[in-house]
Design a binder for this molecule. Sequence first.
Ligand code: ZN
Ligand code: ZN
Length: 352
Amino acid sequence: MRLGLKLVNAPWEDPAVFVELEGQPGAWLIDCGTLTPLRPRDLQRVDRVFLTHAHIDHFIGFDALLRMHLGTSGTLTFYGPEGLSAHVRGRLTGYAWNLVEDSELILEVCEILPEQALWTRFECRRRFAEEPGPRAPHEGLLALPGGVNLRFAWMEHGVPCLAWVLEEPTGHSVDREALRATGLAPGPWLSELKRLAGGGELSGDLQIDGRAFEARELAGRVLLSRPGRRMAYVTDTIFNKKTVAALRQVARPVDELWCEASYLHPQREKARENLHMTARQAGRLAAELQASRLHLFHYSRRYQKDPAPHLAEAREAFAQTLAPPRYGSSGGPLEASIASSSSSSSTGIPSS
Ligand SMILES: [Zn+2]
Ligand SMILES: [Zn+2]
């Protein structure tokens, strides 16, 4: 399943990235700042949210999301660092919850601890009373629907803060020439074969027009595979050897690096004091992670209305720096092609 990431707001406004899932009705969010630009139907499609941390600019969209899901029977799952369930509880206890007992909405919270995922559940029909769930070892990875893997790294921001990495599974498309050579007519079986291949479930037979075909052998003949891509989302962290090393472990090489650029190089001391990064540091990080492309976001509001200096500064360290694709802009996010790899020198990463 391919993923398409789009920035919801302007780069100097609250961080939130809308993630479309190829061929699926659902959608995901990375961070949950102001969500005003999102169409109600897109808000309702969201069923998973990956929160870096609970600062207000990353979490204030929680209420808008909850409001659009009340009365539905879905499950909204929030992933985040240690302490997230207390923050969710705090938001929920801010409202009165009688007259909602017939709503089936469930909130699940998954706190990522160093070796375990700690689950907590809040059911609307129980007035969002907190229910402790299981603790499960994660070995640095959580499996998401569609064969996507979620990895994470701990950042340094004065509060628990995670960077997120989403890894697509290997994708499959039909080799039309090879299909013709088999003499088989195209049909729904091709979608089924792609589904089986995507899920690694090719051990059995596939029925086509009343005949049985060995699924693995058939997939080998008519399907082309394309490697899944890796996207990393890094924000609200100081730039130092420790954070770079943590990111190298989970996101090198990376296809799309989405990285904060709160400040410009002349304000690098301010960035350091406030546990944020500069555009130049984002460029260095992209080079360190052997990124194919870098998207900058989360500029300080002082830079409102002109993204050019950030892009220019990051490009000095990493040429393939691009403005992020925006939600609501023309062209589907999944149409974005994979940029060719770009490398650049990296120097001067502070040790703390
Ligand atoms: Zn923050
Ligand atoms: Zn922030």
